[in-house]
Ligand binder design. Structure first.
Ligand code: GSH
Length: 226
């Protein structure tokens, strides 16, 4: 495995296990495009809930998981993002003290996605099994994160970093999974930023990655090209 943090022009083919709707997968797909690494990563589309082969590489059996050319795997998405960033001449992690702003943004975006997923999954439970306080707690987190992003709007003007990708992918997921929350109605700055940002080519490719930019691997033989 290449030393993390060592910038180099990697040429080894990697495989990304991803799911199309997963906000964490989308963050990584958008990062790959922003970092100019699409030729070095091929895609394996999986359903993490049923694709047990994935567990061989990631015991938690979650997407995204990045399989490296030496057969080792990286997860979770923040780890994958840092590894990919170390391979590129571009960067999504600003140097100096601003790194903490970018990583805080990434953590906020990931926490938002996590809360939307947990709320959705718990709502699927049978009424008797459902823990309403779990759903309510996710809603409090979703509201607090959105309000924080709306109130401290300076970040919207910063150059694109991992945090912007995480936030945009989480908002996209929120839009699709929980339209009833109408998050944009009271948060005009955030909504305007998001509807503009999602027009970026990295976001568009991440939303439909099999359309051309990436090489696709047959999911029943994911190791065939390693
Ligand atoms: N913290 C992880 C979260 C990954 C995650 O939760 N992925 C979901 C899809 S969005 C998944 O694979 N779920 C399957 C499961 O929970 O078993 C990351 O950032 O990669």
């Amino acid at each position: 495995m290449a030393a993390i943090g060592a910038k180099r022009g990697g040429t080894d083919l990697m495989q990304l296990f991803y799911a199309p709707r997963s906000p964490f997968s989308r963050k990584i797909l958008a990062a790959i495009v922003e970092l100019g690494l699409t030729a070095q990563v091929s895609l394996v589309r999986v359903d993490p809930w049923t694709h047990e082969t994935l567990r061989r590489y990631n015991p938690a059996c979650k997407v995204p998981t990045l399989l490296l050319a030496d057969g080792s795997a990286l997860f979770d998405s923040p780890v994958i993002a840092r590894y990919l960033d170390s391979l590129s001449e571009n960067t999504l992690i600003p140097p100096g003290p601003q790194v903490w702003d970018a990583l805080r943004r990434e953590a906020l975006g990931d926490a938002l996605a996590e809360a939307v997923i947990r709320r959705f999954v718990d709502q699927l439970s049978r009424r008797d099994d459902r823990l309403d306080r779990v759903v309510a707690r996710q809603e409090v987190a979703i509201t607090a994160i959105l309000d924080r992003l709306e109130a401290a709007a300076d970040w919207m003007r910063a150059p694109t970093d991992l945090g912007h990708l995480a936030i945009a992918c989480a908002l996209d997921y929120l839009d699709g999974r929980s339209p009833e929350l109408a998050w944009g109605a009271q948060r005009h700055l955030l909504a305007a930023w998001f509807y503009d940002f999602r027009g970026n080519s990295s976001m568009k490719i991440a939303a439909d990655p099999e359309k051309g930019a990436f090489r696709i691997v047959n999911q029943s033989h994911p190791l065939a090209e390693v």
